[in-house]
Design a protein around this ligand. Structure first.
Ligand code: ARG
Length: 475
């Protein structure tokens, strides 16, 4: 490429080496900022015109030209020139082709690519958060429907992956709704700090023009402007926060994925995956594999990697802008794509899962999952809990030695361990155990239904709003 095509061509006698051009170019990645770059430029150009920094007619022509570009981008018809280093150069070049280089050349007045790219990345991240929260909400809605349907179905609850106490399937599913709700909170919190305009920070020190920074921010739907120009051009905390929120959210999905993998084994046999969401083996004809869940679990590593990558890029960077910062975007886009597709496929897969509720119920009643309830029975008869615990422990050891469940013991056998046992000890069941846990946050079916209703209301309130509370589309 001819070095004189570059806006800084005046300083250079020779064009950049091709290898350097290829190494430093970012257009393959930052092309995804096209929309934000144009929106930011429109707001900037309007402000330059309003403030009399450039002639009003020129500002108007720039804005009209940029609006055409926006249209091209939205229709997928924006012609990208891969020979131009990045999206900012591409937009500027396309604008020059449309309205002439003289007028187009005024757009970059009082602006550097350093504050420009910081703005673009913030606008993109805000839109990403908006879409992410919507995707989380859709998955929550799916989980809520399932939780309501299975509010009374019982399965063993586990600690240490050992059967512990019976819980309702609805309660189990609602645990994931709570995790996802905290994820929404983290993304929303990140959005609050992202919604600041760095434009006007210039290359690093500000700009020697009477800018209306607040007006630009308002027009872009941002809450305010950044305070310090050096910080503003080199700050990528919002990317770190986005990556961190995404890593936690993906970790939650990975836990859900792991349970889907476990539950679909012959050993558990709690669920069967729909044919459309499982894959076979090229060798073993009997196999039906939970590949979607496995890949969701596996891709969590990629997202953790992206978080560590941006933290490492920022570590020890001196103020202010450094080209290292260009490395913020590949991971940002990759994390967004990975998490979005995982949220989406989970929301599609879960409604197709067949839950073997009878097998779950049988597993919850078998073994010694009701031992705590037998201890609580003795507590109700007046024993201190520690003593009751000891007695039932001995009872379990006695039954286990004979390979029998607690419900298979006779009253006489019970009474050998404590005279407080009466006939009604046989009324203890998985059903009575879950119904007894009737506290806020407990597994009793009516508590689960209440939790579902509260979560639904929460979700309803959020629909149609953005994390920053602005209108859905910034401009
Ligand atoms: N591609 C660059 C980035 O993403 C844009 C800013 C370039 N600024 C510069 N001074 N070279 O960071």
């Amino acid at each position: 490429m001819d070095g004189t095509r570059k806006p800084w061509g005046g300083r250079f006698a020779r064009p950049t080496d091709r290898v350097v051009e290829a190494y430093t170019a970012s257009i393959d990645v930052d092309r995804r900022l096209a929309r934000e770059d144009i929106l930011g430029s429109i707001a900037h150009a309007r402000m330059l015109g309003r403030q009399g920094i450039i002639p009003a007619e020129d500002a108007a022509r720039i804005v009209t030209g940029l609006e055409r570009l926006l249209d091209e981008v939205e229709r997928g018809e924006f012609p990208l020139d891969p020979a131009l280093e990045d999206i900012h150069m591409n937009v500027e070049a396309r604008l020059a082709a449309l309205i002439g280089p003289e007028v187009a050349g005024r757009l970059h007045t009082a602006r550097s690519r350093n504050d420009q790219v910081a703005l673009d990345a913030r606008l993109w991240t805000l839109r990403a958060i908006d879409e992410m929260v919507d995707a989380i909400d859709r998955l929550q809605a799916v989980l809520l429907d399932l939780a309501e349907r299975h509010a009374e179905d019982i399965l063993p609850g586990y600690t240490h992956l050992q059967r512990a106490q019976p819980v309702t399937l609805g309660h189990h599913l609602m645990a994931y709704v709570e995790m996802l709700e905290r994820d929404v909170g983290r993304f929303t919190d990140c959005a609050r700090r992202t919604a600041s305009s760095p434009l006007g920070s210039g290359a690093l020190a500000g700009a020697p023009y009477p800018l209306d920074r607040e007006g630009v921010a308002r027009e872009l739907g941002l809450a305010g402007v950044t305070e310090n120009s050096l910080d503003a051009v080199s700050d990528r905390d919002f990317v770190v926060e986005f990556q961190a929120a995404a890593a936690i959210c993906m970790m939650h999905l990975s836990r859900l994925a792991e349970e889907i993998v476990l539950w679909s084994t012959t050993e558990f046999g709690f669920i069967t995956l729909d044919d459309a969401f499982a894959t076979g083996s090229s060798l073993m004809p009997q196999k039906k594999n939970p590949d979607v869940a496995e890949l969701a679990r596996g891709r969590t590593g990629r997202i953790y990697g992206n978080l560590i990558a941006i933290l490492t890029t920022l570590k020890a960077l001196p103020l202010s802008y450094n080209r290292d910062l260009q490395e913020d975007k590949p991971g940002l886009f990759d994390t967004f794509d990975t998490l979005m597709s995982t949220l989406d496929i989970m929301a599609r897969m879960l409604p197709t899962v067949h839950f073997h509720t009878e097998r779950m119920r049988a597993a919850a009643g078998a073994g010694y999952a009701l031992a705590t309830d037998v201890a609580d029975y003795l507590v109700q008869k007046g024993l201190p809990f520690r003593e009751a615990h000891h007695i039932v422990g001995a009872l379990v050891a006695y039954a286990a030695k004979q390979g029998r469940g607690l419900h298979e013991l006779t009253l006489a056998e019970y009474q050998r361990f404590s005279p407080l046992f009466e006939d009604d000890v046989h009324a203890i069941s998985a059903e009575s155990a879950v119904c007894a846990r009737d506290v806020p946050g407990g597994t009793a079916p009516h508590r689960v239904r209440e939790a579902v209703a509260r979560a639904r209301a929460r979700l309803q309130e959020r629909v149609g709003t953005t994390p920053t509370g602005s209108a859905r589309d910034p401009v």
